[in-house]
Design a protein around this ligand. Structure first.
Ligand code: LLP
Length: 444
């Protein structure tokens, strides 16, 4: 038994509001992004494939710089990184948040200026720290007491490394429990409430090799409300005032991390950046004035809000199965290229491209090709009633935390990333092949 039919008008199936601004409807159900037909890209590069709209990335960088003219905007590379991405970010004047020697070295190889990089990580390896010091990263964010002496020792007696201290301000925010990082009882940062932040600050101030430029916090991810950021600002300024009392020190910087939420489906709303900029700036000035502190330079670290809306994932339908009341549309990718639905219950709005949709829609669940029932890409979504093997499905808002979190599960091979720009397509990352798997497997 198949799902009941709905009419397209009532479904919003043709809504492009969460797609890249360059998305255009072509004839016969075709769509283009960055002036390039998605069906043409699928034919040329195969599926699954990730398409990244360079102009959308650049436009989002510019929106941030315009909204926060007085702040340092630092892109969080964990959302998506490639050499081209590092170059675009550098050219747009942003900094880069890296959290491993791997990210750091890739960005460095692309020519990203190390002094504009910030190294994060709750468990930095000796190699992470050594690479950061050797290449000269701008800031290292201290996340645990044991790092302090280690960074100071590796900096050498003549060295002086700029650092920040990551504080847990006790603010709960974020789209899912697994990505809330602003409260005690999770692995990141140093607590304000139990005094470990204050203790770490005192220790850093006692190290001649370390220059403490300010405090950092990152309260969570996929946050769509401004208020938690304002609470975080008040608590951070409160701590800055206590540090001045105890140590006579004021900080030139305050890093409020990222976490800015985006809309994944039509009708959802992301964080309002203009409101965030206005209210953050006001809150920071007022809190600092009340504490008679100089206003520090603001640093923000958006990842998702720059990369996610610029990406589109392309899949080919392999099977359509009616199982009881449910219709499963199985595609050639899955949790190995997008683990977000399995990890966080993330919801997406896939769309049929490359042929006319027809008048009727069904409720379906788009699943992947992996060997487990939790391999779902989009549950309970509306698709054209006639969806069938060979159809092309495109999923918007796919530019963050998908390719960067992709795995080798079932040796399916990670998909390629193709950049589109003014009508041309360019392969940034090639598809992972059997040859790649065979080469790493050296134990036969
Ligand atoms: N700064 C720090 C220190 C972070 O840990 C993160 C993200 C960011 C900035 C950027 O956050 P964004 O603006 O992208 O929300 N895999 C999850 C998200 C994990 C975020 C980890 N940290 C997801 O797919 O939703």
């Amino acid at each position: 038994m198949s799902a009941p039919f709905l009419t397209e008008d009532s479904t919003g199936l043709d809504d492009l509001s969460v797609w890249p601004a360059s998305t255009a409807r072509l004839s016969q159900g075709h769509l283009s992004v960055g002036g390039v037909s998605l069906a043409g890209l699928a034919d040329r590069f195969g599926t699954p494939a990730y398409v990244l709209d360079e102009d959308e990335i650049r436009a989002r960088c510019r929106i941030y710089r315009a909204a926060f003219p007085q702040a340092d905007v630092v892109y969080a590379a964990k959302a998506f990184l490639s050499r081209a991405m590092a170059r675009w970010i550098a050219e747009e004047g942003l900094g880069l948040d890296v959290c491993s020697a791997g990210e750091l070295e890739l960005a460095h190889a692309a020519g990203f200026p190390p002094e504009r990089m910030v190294l994060h990580g709750n468990a930095k390896t000796p190699r992470d720290i050594e690479t950061a010091l050797r290449l000269g990263v701008g800031r290292i964010v201290v996340d645990s007491p044991s790092e302090i002496a280690r960074i100071a020792a590796l900096a050498g007696s003549a060295g002086r490394q700029k650092v920040m201290v990551r504080v847990v301000p006790g603010v709960s925010a974020g789209g899912h429990e697994k990505i809330r990082t602003g409260t005690d009882g999770q692995k990141f940062g140093l607590s304000l409430t139990d005094g470990s932040a204050q203790h770490a600050i005192a220790r850093v101030l006692g190290q001649a090799q370390l220059e403490l430029t300010g405090l950092h916090c990152h309260i969570g991810s996929q946050i769509t409300d401004v208020k938690p950021y304002l609470v975080a600002v008040r608590r951070m300024v409160g701590l800055m005032a206590r540090v001045r009392e105890s140590h006579g020190v004021t900080f030139p910087e305050l890093d409020l991390g990222g976490g800015h939420g985006v809309a994944y489906r039509p009708g959802e709303s992301g964080l309002d950046l203009t409101a965030l900029a206005r209210r953050l700036t006001a809150e920071l000035s007022e809190s600092c004035a009340a504490a008679a502190l100089p206003v520090p330079r603001l640093v923000i670290e958006p990842g998702r809000a720059i990369a996610a809306p610029a990406g589109v994932a392309l899949y080919r339908v392999l099977a359509v199965k009616h199982a009881g009341p449910k219709t499963f549309v199985a595609v050639d990718g899955g949790m190995s290229d997008n683990p977000r639905p399995a990890l966080y219950g993330a919801r997406y709005a896939p769309r049929l491209v490359g042929r006319p949709a027809g008048a009727e829609s069904i409720m379906a669940t788009v699943v992947g090709r992996h060997c487990e029932a939790g391999d779902v890409l989009a549950s309970d979504v509306l698709l054209p009633g006639g969806v069938r093997p060979g159809d092309l499905l495109a999923v918007p808002v796919a530019g963050a935390y998908q390719v960067s979190m992709a795995s080798a599960y079932n040796l399916v091979g990670r998909p390629p990333v193709v950049a589109v720009h003014e009508g041309t397509a360019r392969l940034l990352i090639r598809r992972e092949t059997q040859e790649d798997f065979r080469r790493r497997d050296i134990g036969a």
